[in-house]
Design a protein around this ligand. Structure first.
Ligand code: KG4
Ligand code: ZN
Length: 342
């Protein structure tokens, strides 16, 4: 089977074609970073307008490059939520129209479900698994029993981790989205020079909080270039605090999940922040010490992409799960309460 995946829930317009043998035939992403950077965040109306501008251009381009016709596609999957309503409407309407005109089955996919299942596209990861999803909008632990069977275990009470990375990067004078640049800045830094808090680290629950950490960075930033402290040191200390918090919570989640659910062998970390090499290194060590196997999607598939939507669509289709063609764009659509896809 060839599956077309369409992602437009935030500021990346992406269309991919994968096949049921896990080959990624095409994965095109048009990023709007340059458009939003002056505003230091995503402007929803601008994002929607730019999805409209590029979505059909990308489709034509990938079909031509692969010498395929739209009728060679067996299933169309598109993100139906959660995300920015304008962008969701663009991708979803485009996908439904393609499906109707060409009589190709259609399925609406939850964006978080896309992030959750990507590691199964790129690796042999068996169900059930423990998932830490860390992106620009979400930072949560889930127990993934099977496709369409997701349990929420806990997560951030305030900012998402990617959002905290972007805000801290902004304080340090980096462009939006700052996560990847902050990672580079931190390489040159010495975390021992700056003492930042690790909110909720010792609380015996999976609650996390990143907004206080961000405020602590703001307070510290006045000391840059004084007391021999540089932006690099602050970036390194921020990453160290984040790594310590995530590792502590991952260990807790492994033990909490063991008690509450059936035993599992695998831990998956996905979403944009999972592209961070420093965090990956620390997480690998923690998970292996806890006797589990750890999987991350490759960095390019950690951030938003159409391949993850195509793959989740294929898994749903294979399991006989359908979505109504009238499925609405859903700005809020928690992973654990997916329900009927209407
Ligand atoms: O998954 P994603 O592309 O979009 C959402 O679903 O939110 O995640 C985007 C987020 C941004 O906040 C970005 O700064 C962060 O992921 N990110 C990173 C890195 N690459 C992307 N954060 C830290 N280190 C990175 N290397
Ligand atoms: Zn995402």
């Amino acid at each position: 089977m060839k599956i077309l995946g369409i992602e437009s829930s935030c500021d990346d317009t992406s269309i991919s074609i994968i096949d049921s043998n896990k080959n990624i035939i095409a994965n095109e992403i048009i990023s709007q970073n340059q458009i939003h950077k002056d505003y230091k965040g995503v402007v929803p109306e601008l994002a929607a307008r730019n999805h409209v501008l590029y979505i059909d251009i990308i489709l034509k381009r990938i079909l031509k490059k692969q010498q395929l016709e739209i009728t060679d596609i067996d299933l169309i999957a598109a993100t139906a939520g959660p995300g920015l309503i304008g962008g969701l409407l663009v991708g979803l309407t485009f996908a439904k129209t393609l499906s109707q005109v060409n009589r190709i089955p259609f399925i609406g996919v939850n964006h978080l479900e896309g992030h959750a299942l990507t590691a199964r596209l790129t690796n042999e990861v068996e169900y059930p698994f423990l998932l830490l999803l860390v992106s620009g909008g979400h930072s949560n632990f889930y127990y993934i029993s099977d496709v369409n069977d997701y349990k929420f275990l806990g997560g951030t009470l305030d900012d998402a981790l990617g959002e905290a990375f972007d805000k801290v990067a902004n304080i340090l004078g980096l462009d939006f989205p700052g996560g990847p640049q902050l990672e580079l800045l931190a390489i040159e830094g010495d975390y021992t020079k700056v003492s930042l808090p690790k909110p909720l680290i010792n609380i015996k629950s999976l609650d996390m909080s990143f907004s206080g950490l961000k405020t602590a960075v703001l307070n510290y930033s006045s000391q840059i270039d004084k007391n021999n402290i540089s932006g690099c040191d602050i970036a390194a200390s921020f990453q160290k605090s984040v790594a310590d918090i995530l590792c502590k919570k991952i260990s807790l989640a492994i033990h909490a999940s063991h008690k509450e659910y059936s035993s599992f062998k695998n831990v998956v970390v996905s979403g944009g922040v999972a592209a961070n090499k420093y965090l990956r290194k620390k997480i690998i060590k923690t998970v292996e010490l806890n006797g589990k196997s750890i999987f991350f999607p490759p960095p390019r598939l950690c951030t938003d992409n159409g391949a993850m939507i195509a793959w989740a669509g294929y898994e749903l289709y294979k399991a006989g799960i359908k979505s109504n063609l009238n499925i609405k764009a859903k700005p809020r659509w928690p992973l654990e309460s997916i329900g009927e896809r209407v």
